[in-house]
Design a protein around this ligand. Structure first.
Ligand SMILES: [Mg+2]
Length: 305
């Protein structure tokens, strides 16, 4: 099997949702050797927990007062941010109808009551292993292997969802396209290994400015980087771009015989409230024009519109 660098099962968090105190204790005791367990007694608390911290898996009692397990499952599966969490039902009713309800609400598996400890452990373990492998594959698919930043696949995949969210919330999108100045000469002068290390250092600086969960720093091309800054107005977009440009300047990576005798960035920045839901091309074109102007105006600077 493909050797993937996955998170350890022991460090996974399983959220147990059950209105019965004894049940919660029994289930968390059974699972406590396998992983970290958090318990809540109702669906509302479960949803609240999921908003703040993402559990790796949930074990849900079907029968609960107010919102039952089936409805909790449906609301998790309808949430774009949570729908990947595997859900295992615990049910006292294993009639055909009840089983069908579990599957139709989006559950990934179920365990009947009274719970057989080994069955619960193996089911949870198997679902966690699959999820961890999937997470690791997604991670590889969406990251650039040299710099560790996100890659263009990520952007293509995430942008439609992001733009829908922003339009719904009437928020602006800040986009900054960065280019390492005179990078071809850098490679020619210092070699490709040094070129790679230079890109890694620049990427590290960029990544420190992905401060909010939806901010994304992307390696866009060879020496081109893209900052995607949701809910960011013109002034803040410009300010983040300028900070990054000056931090790269201050990193003082020597690049002799260039304007500043060091590695610098030029940046084209845009903040917009009107964007195409399906592709980013129009915004990128504007950013690219601004970037070109920054280069023409002497590099090591930001042009914003
Ligand atoms: Mg119950």
């Amino acid at each position: 099997m493909l050797a993937l660098n996955t998170k350890k099962i022991e460090s996974c968090t399983v959220l147990i949702v059950d209105d019965d105190n004894i049940s919660r204790t029994v289930i968390s005791t059974i699972l406590s050797d396998l992983c970290r367990c958090v318990t809540v007694s109702n669906a509302q608390d479960a949803l609240q927990y999921c908003e703040q911290q993402r559990p790796d898996l949930m074990v849900i009692d079907v029968n609960m007062p107010e919102m039952n397990g089936l409805n909790l499952c449906k609301s998790i599966k309808h949430n774009d941010d949570l729908d990947e969490i595997p859900l295992i039902f615990i049910t006292g009713n294993v009639s055909k109808e009840s089983q069908i309800q579990c599957w139709e609400s989006g559950g990934n598996d179920f365990v009947s009551k009274p719970v057989v400890a080994q069955t619960l452990i193996h089911r949870v373990r198997n679902h966690l292993l699959s999820k961890l492998r999937m997470d690791a594959l997604v991670d590889l698919t969406f990251h650039d292997s040299l710099t560790g930043l996100l890659n263009r696949n990520y952007l293509t995949q995430e942008y439609p969802k992001l733009s829908r969210q922003l339009m719904r919330n009437q928020q602006r999108l800040g986009v900054v396209l960065f280019d390492v100045d005179n990078f071809k000469q850098y490679n020619d002068q210092y070699g490709h290994l040094a070129g790679d290390q230079c890109l890694q250092r620049v990427a590290k600086i960029l990544n420190q400015h992905a401060r909010r969960s939806r901010d994304a720093m992307i390696r866009f091309g060879g020496e081109e980087f893209l900052a995607i800054l949701p809910d960011t107005d013109m002034q803040s977009t410009r300010s983040i771009a300028r900070t990054i440009v000056s931090e790269v300047y201050n990193a003082n990576i020597p690049h002799n015989n260039t304007e500043y005798d060091r590695i610098t960035l030029s940046a084209g920045a845009v903040s917009t409230a009107s964007f195409n839901q399906d592709d980013l091309d129009e915004i990128l074109e504007v950013a690219d024009v601004n970037l070109y102007e920054a280069k023409m105006n002497g590099k090591n600077r930001v042009v914003c519109s």
